[in-house]
Design a protein around this ligand. Structure first.
Ligand code: G6P
Length: 492
């Protein structure tokens, strides 16, 4: 007797599964929760629900068998070496990523990458369709899976589909460069609800529908008339009219979980130890980023170097710790960035350090959550200076950990987070002189001013935490314009 595969009422689909494979001390393979932002964000709303997560396990080869981890059904999708190269490193991170981040580095266009992106998106869509219960809610995440909404709808017209973009959505002038722009938009319009980080991102999307594809938009909705390939559902191609809502719903962090972690005696003791091992500096500056050209690490280092040269600050009294976690290391732009950042760190340390007292502590590593919390607690000034960033969860994590109302946040106006966190010390990272001033203002601010600002920032993040974000998202998805795939007429 064959046992029917289990199905679920809530299916999350993202490029990555929320776990990484690790080999334990006995040489056994196990899975460990990955430290990324999305994982932390969603785990809190999935636990205790009848939920599945579809995603790539992070290694080349056939998909491992489905398994359960902390109460969630995990359904792996396999990617070959070539698919990792063309779908993940290529189209997702060397075509879409630069276009969606203001073309800080040029985007690369390859037709073969696009065709692999479609093949892989279809594989994800099929995996979703296989585990979705009748009438299930499907929540698709991010730019790697923009064709999945329409592909799932073609197979399973009974489900409700939402998509959330974790990164910016570009202005129509940049989006138009993509040779596959129409297919990408039509892929998204298979959803009922599209969520974005900022109002400007949702507006960019709606403007693209209107200007480039001549669709009708009304408020935050767009009406799409198109031909749907119904073959997977056993019907012929047919024309449909659907209304899709697109609006801003900024993501957040697990405020209370992070605060509780930061309050543990172990984390507090570790924060003290970190400061001590850095030579007990008067001012500890901290940067924590994936090593990505969108993060403005070079601009930050330049400002720091000039402040040292101007003698506005001096090491080791003032010290910078820069955590740069390894990312997308096979993509050329990322390799180039690493060489540049490491040369700059070397130059600063060569000029401004004494033996045993480096001016920059550069850590090209990833750290577990408790070590990050200790670093946040130890830092006097947190530098979040991206050139473009969908949200930047590090800014919100820092705030969540500062239950002591200590610390100051320097925040770029080009991070989505800035739209909620106006009490931060705001900067334009392109303006090096301005950035230097802002860093100095944060260093020199009177303690009561810093406390006042931190209190306001904490109120915002505590009221708008990730649990609230997820329930608001699911509510918006449930209430999205209820015009299910209205067939106008069947085509032959
Ligand atoms: C950004 C994206 C995520 C992605 C993460 C890490 O936050 O929005 O979708 O998972 O970066 O990047 P990676 O390429 O390692 O998954």
């Amino acid at each position: 007797m064959t046992v029917a595969a289990p199905t679920f009422d809530l299916v999350v689909v993202a490029n990555r599964l929320p776990v990484d494979r690790v080999v334990d001390t006995d040489g056994n393979n196990t899975w460990q929760r990955s430290p990324g932002g999305l994982v932390t964000a969603l785990e809190s709303v999935m636990r205790g629900r009848d939920a599945a997560w579809v995603g790539w396990a992070g290694e080349p080869g056939p998909a491992p068998a489905p398994f359960r981890e902390e109460g969630i059904h995990l359904q792996p999708v396999g990617l070959s070496h070539l698919e990792i190269e063309e779908y993940y490193e290529g189209f997702s991170n060397d075509t879409l990523w630069p276009i969606y981040h203001d073309v800080i580095v040029p985007a690369t266009f390859h037709r073969a990458w696009w065709s692999t992106y479609r093949v892989v998106n279809h594989r994800f869509a099929q995996a979703v369709a296989d585990v979705a219960a009748p009438g299930a809610t499907i929540w698709v995440h991010d730019y790697q899976l923009q064709l999945v909404p329409a592909m799932v709808r073609a197979i399973r017209p009974d489900v409700r589909i939402g998509w959330f973009n974790h990164i910016p959505f570009p202005p129509v002038e940049l989006f138009s460069q993509l040779p596959w722009r129409r297919a990408l938009v039509e892929g998204l319009l298979g959803a009922d609800y599209l969520g974005f980080q900022r109002v400007a991102d949702a507006e960019n999307f709606l403007r693209t529908c209107r200007r480039m594809l001549h669709m009708t938009t009304r408020g935050d909705t767009v009406t799409f008339r198109g031909v749907v390939d119904g073959s997977a559902g056993g019907e012929g191609a047919r024309e449909t009219e659907r209304t899709v809502r697109a609006s801003a719903i900024p993501i957040s962090v697990d405020f209370h979980g992070l605060e509780a972690l930061a309050r543990t005696p172990e984390v507090i003791a570790r924060a003290v130890e970190i400061r001590k091992s850095l030579g007990s500096p008067e001012t500890l500056l901290l940067g924590v980023d994936r090593l990505d050209y969108t993060k403005g690490i070079g601009h930050r280092l330049k400002a720091y170097e000039e402040l040292l040269r101007d003698k506005a600050i001096a090491a080791p009294g003032t010290t910078l710790v820069q955590v740069a976690s390894p990312s997308r290391e096979r993509v050329e732009a990322y390799r180039h960035l690493r060489t540049e950042v490491e040369a700059t760190v070397g130059r600063i340390n060569g000029e401004f350090s004494a033996i045993g007292e480096p001016a920059v502590h550069y850590l090209h590593q990833s750290y577990p959550r408790d070590e990050m919390a200790a670093l946040f607690l130890a830092a006097d000034v947190m530098l979040v200076t991206p050139l473009r960033d969908g949200m930047n969860l590090v800014a919100k994590e820092y705030i969540s950990c500062r239950y002591d109302l200590g610390g100051a946040l320097v925040l770029s106006e080009f991070a989505g987070a800035w739209h909620e966190l106006h009490q931060a010390y705001v900067c334009n990272p392109h303006d090096i002189e301005g950035l230097k001033h802002t860093i100095m203002a944060a260093i020199q601010a009177p303690a009561d001013q810093r406390r006042r600002r931190m209190k306001a920032l904490r109120r915002r993040v505590s009221d708008h935490d990730v649990q609230r974000w997820a329930s608001r998202y699911l509510e918006a998805l449930a209430l999205a314009p209820d015009k299910p795939d209205r067939p106008d007429r069947h085509l032959r």
